[in-house]
Design a protein around this ligand. Structure first.
Ligand SMILES: Cc1ncc(COP(=O)(O)O)c(C=O)c1O
Length: 340
């Protein structure tokens, strides 16, 4: 059976995660997160992050983003994000519908926000006619498969705070980023000064589960309410939180390492063809490559992947925790056969 490269959520569930769910299925437990398993998972987050963070488990990355962002915004405030950001193009206007807050779009070619790009948007601060920028939202790994260095996140957090803004990080693939940069969750999130994180699990081998992590003391104490209003207070919470206990116990690293290694292997194999050009260096599990359109057609009939930009022949290939070299070799073989 051919594996897909559409996204890392086309994969299944790591067995240790399934085991954790089964183990949580023994006794009756209190509902809505007031159970011992959920408390243990929250403590686990605090341990790895080295900080007394607030943690709220939810079911999707979109809900994590929308709740995290809307909970920190007044009605007249907005989020500065890239035009390519998941919150801007892949969440069906969820933030705009749910809270009515505006996304203030900026652009960069490498999928990363820099202080200089945000500066222009801050000119309206204090102008009652304009939406007030209040949060900068970045994604790590970015939507273009690139990475922020730890130092760059710190610079953005400092810049945000100097201007009275918060920094939110969409970490749907945060484990891949931590592995790729040989860093740690504490170094990348706590020590940089990020205020809010949507901490992903589903894409890296969990069944269902994301967490809103609140670092900024000013923002603590409110998200219990916002999560419930957003219909994300899961009653049998322990089946999400038990996954995170196993996940943070090492599954995250084992899975992300494999996905990244396969991403890098895939990129190296693709680079061997002069007809194919990588959009940027591959360091994690997302590959963006320009390919001739006739080749894309042939590959697309056989393998699942997204054509990001049909006009320019840009495709996105994503490797997962269970991708193997053999899966990639089949893809490469198809290209070799095409050019034979
Ligand atoms: C950067 C990013 N953020 C968030 C999400 C979460 O999406 P979902 O609501 O599908 O779990 C995704 C999933 O594709 C993503 O790539």
């Amino acid at each position: 059976m051919l594996k897909m490269f559409k996204s890392d959520n086309t994969s299944g569930i790591h067995l240790k995660i399934l085991e954790a769910i089964v183990n949580a299925n023994v006794e009756h437990e209190s509902a809505y997160g007031s159970d011992a398993i959920t408390q243990k998972a929250i403590e686990k987050f605090r341990e790895i992050l080295g900080k007394d963070v607030d943690v709220f488990f939810v079911t999707t990355g979109t809900s994590a983003n929308v709740i995290a962002l809307s909970g920190a915004l007044r009605s007249y405030e907005g989020v500065v994000a890239l035009d390519s950001a998941h919150i801007n193009v892949d969440e069906c206007g969820a933030l705009e519908k749910f809270s009515g807050n505006k996304i203030i779009q900026v652009h960069s070619d490498d999928g990363k926000i820099y202080p200089d790009i945000v500066k222009d948007t801050l000119e309206v601060l204090g102008d009652e006619h304009a939406v007030q920028p209040r949060i900068i939202s970045i994604s790590q790994v970015t939507e273009l498969g690139t990475l922020y260095e730890v130092e760059e996140i710190k610079e953005l957090a400092d810049f945000a705070h100097q201007n009275g803004l918060y920094l939110h990080l969409d970490g749907a693939r945060i484990a891949n980023a931590v592995c790729a940069l040989n860093s740690s969750f504490k170094e990348m999130l706590t020590d940089t000064g990020v205020d809010l994180v949507s901490f992903g699990g589903t894409k890296n081998g969990m069944m269902i589960g994301e967490a809103i992590v609140v670092f900024n003391d000013e923002l603590k104490g409110r998200y219990h309410f916002y999560r419930k209003q957003a219909m994300q207070l899961v009653s049998k919470m322990r089946f999400i939180s038990s996954q995170f206990i196993a996940y943070l116990d090492g599954v995250w690293e084992e899975n992300a390492k494999n996905a990244n290694e396969m991403g890098i292997y895939f990129a190296k194999e693709l680079e061997k063809f002069e007809e194919i050009k990588l959009r940027s260096q591959v360091r994690a599990n997302m590959i963006f490559a320009y390919m001739p359109k006739d080749l894309i057609e042939v590959l697309h009939d056989k393998f699942g992947f997204y054509i990001t930009d049909e006009k320019n022949g840009l495709v996105r290939l994503v490797t997962s925790f269970d991708t193997t070299k053999e899966d990639i070799d089949l893809f490469i073989k198809e290209i070799e056969n095409y050019y034979k």
